[in-house]
Write a protein that binds this ligand. Structure first.
Ligand code: ADP
Length: 490
């Protein structure tokens, strides 16, 4: 029954098949005969019957043109005309108006065929467009189903129009096509620990702002209780006139990666805590040995113990950095802020490092005393890190210039070297955890890539900023600035 209905439906594509001509022939013939019989029995007037038949045929031609395109329309027109000639021919023998009948039939025939052509052509064009769109959708669906990431596509109102298999697998249910994003809660989702308002979700945000949202990390709790770390990016889609027409999101499951990172962080945290105590006691023993050697004036032992002490201090610095990194990760880096003169801290740090870096001259240009409200030890850590990097990444003997300026309620410190420089594309990344610039041709430098990360976090926690200006092989200048207004304690 459903099939018959859809076969007769002029919009349905099911009707367009190899039986078009037969279908047109039998339908036209049956309806014509039925109409004639029906009209004669009621009207009994050949003119009314003729008008009614023409009306029926026009309706049928429109129907067939719609159903089967030009082929259906033209077939039914020709059949109708043939039928008229048949009537004329039979009437001729009965003494009817042969000549005028032929002319009217030819005019009618032309009208029918033109009508069939126009409607049929329109229908075929619409069909091609519908089919193209359906094919396009199918092609896209096949491609996105193969992707290893979740994909969701919405229209401009946020209604989901397509989603792939991966997103269903990630969410643990069939992603609801037809659902409008940004309105209802789909899953318990957290962004940086806070429950995410659906209107702040990546797709809703990209549709509202018209801008891409890149790598938004969300923590999702599925209905079965499983926790996932998802990295979601969303992009707006514009048509050729620049009008927003849709949006798409890409979801990457980074749960395994984050769990591994957490295990690694926990291990580093534990290991550095375990290392701290023996190093501290070893340093104490070394000090005891050293003072004993001094008292008996054993020069050879003093020399060896001093070397051990130096290596021990390097090891202690490394463990301190490792501990700081894990404190940053867990949000446990503590600050003890006080008011002090930044100039003095810089002078002391430069003097201390100049002692160790005999081959470099470190100069310091300063303004009138600048008072900051900050953690003295942590700023000392930042200054030391920038200066040791300047020494480490430049030729022996090349000058290092430090400058302190005070403008716009900000103190800005610059550390300039003439060293190896940093390529433009890596300048943002060097502040990331454990990031080191790699260049196969360069000689490798010792280090773990923690110093700038720790420095950035310290400066951030002082509501300041840190950045670099550099060109490869032409040296670097690292800057950090701190607000001068007294800050409230954190
Ligand atoms: P580390 O120096 O221990 O590797 P940092 O976090 O201090 O770690 O620095 C990260 C990376 O930035 C370094 O490995 C180096 O490649 C680059 N870098 C830092 N300071 C400089 C500098 N003054 N000149 C050139 N490269 C630098």
């Amino acid at each position: 029954m459903k099939n018959i209905a859809s076969y007769l439906n002029p919009i349905s594509r099911l009707g367009n098949n190899k039986y078009t001509i037969w279908f047109a022939f039998f339908t036209l013939l049956t309806i014509t005969i039925l109409s004639e019989v029906f009209c004669y029995s009621i009207a009994k007037n050949p003119l009314i019957v003729g008008a009614y038949i023409i009306f029926t045929h026009v309706a049928l031609i429109i129907y067939f043109s719609f159903r089967d395109g030009i082929k259906g329309g033209v077939t039914s027109s020709l059949l109708a005309i043939l039928y008229y000639f048949y009537i004329i021919y039979t009437r001729h023998y009965q003494g009817g108006q042969y000549t005028s009948g032929v002319e009217t039939t030819i005019v009618l025939g032309i009208i029918y065929v033109v009508l069939a052509f126009v409607i049929g052509w329109l229908k075929q064009t619409i069909d091609v467009l519908i089919e193209n769109e359906a094919n396009e959708k199918k092609r896209l669906q096949t491609i996105i189903d193969q992707l290893p990431v979740g994909v969701v596509i919405t229209d401009k109102h946020g209604k989901i129009v397509q989603a792939n298999k991966k997103i269903d697998a990630l969410m643990g249910f069939k992603f609801p096509v037809g659902f409008t994003v940004g309105q209802e809660v789909l899953l318990d989702t957290k962004n940086k620990g806070k429950t995410l308002n659906p209107s702040e979700g990546p797709l809703a945000l990209t549709l509202r702002t018209g801008k891409p949202v890149i790598d938004n990390e969300l923590r999702v709790t599925r209905k079965d209780g499983k926790h996932l770390h998802l990295q979601v990016s969303a992009v707006p889609i514009y048509n050729k006139d620049g009008k927003l027409i849709a949006a798409a999101s890409i979801t990457n499951d980074v749960t395994a990666q984050r769990e591994l990172e957490k295990r690694k962080d926990d291990f580093v945290n534990m290991a550095s805590h375990e290392l701290k105590t023996p190093i501290t006691s070893m340093k104490l023993y070394i000090e005891t040995f050293l003072s004993k050697s001094h008292s008996i004036k054993d020069e050879r032992s003093i020399k060896i113990i001093n070397r051990i002490k130096y290596q021990m201090e390097k090891l202690q610095d490394l463990v301190t950095d490792l501990l700081d990194v894990s404190r940053i990760q867990t949000g446990k880096l503590v600050f003890r802020k006080e008011e002090f003169v930044l100039n003095t801290l810089i002078e002391e740090t430069v003097a201390g490092l100049q002692e160790a870096a005999k081959n470099h001259t470190i100069s310091f240009t300063e303004t009138k005393p600048v008072i900051v409200y900050a953690d003295r030890f942590r700023l000392y850590q930042v200054l030391t890190n920038l200066l040791t990097n300047a020494i480490k990444y430049s030729e022996e003997g090349s000058p290092i210039k430090m400058k302190l300026t005070n403008s716009n309620n900000k103190a800005t410190v610059a550390v300039k070297d003439n060293g190896i420089g940093i390529p433009k594309d890596q300048q943002r990344k060097i502040f990331d955890r454990l990031y080191q610039v790699t260049d196969a041709k360069e000689k490798t430098f010792p280090g773990l890539g923690m110093g700038l990360y720790i420095s950035r976090e310290i400066i951030r926690r002082h509501r300041g900023s840190i950045w670099v200006e550099s060109e490869k092989d032409k040296g670097s200048t690292f800057y950090f600035s701190l607000p001068l207004k007294p800050l409230k304690k954190d």
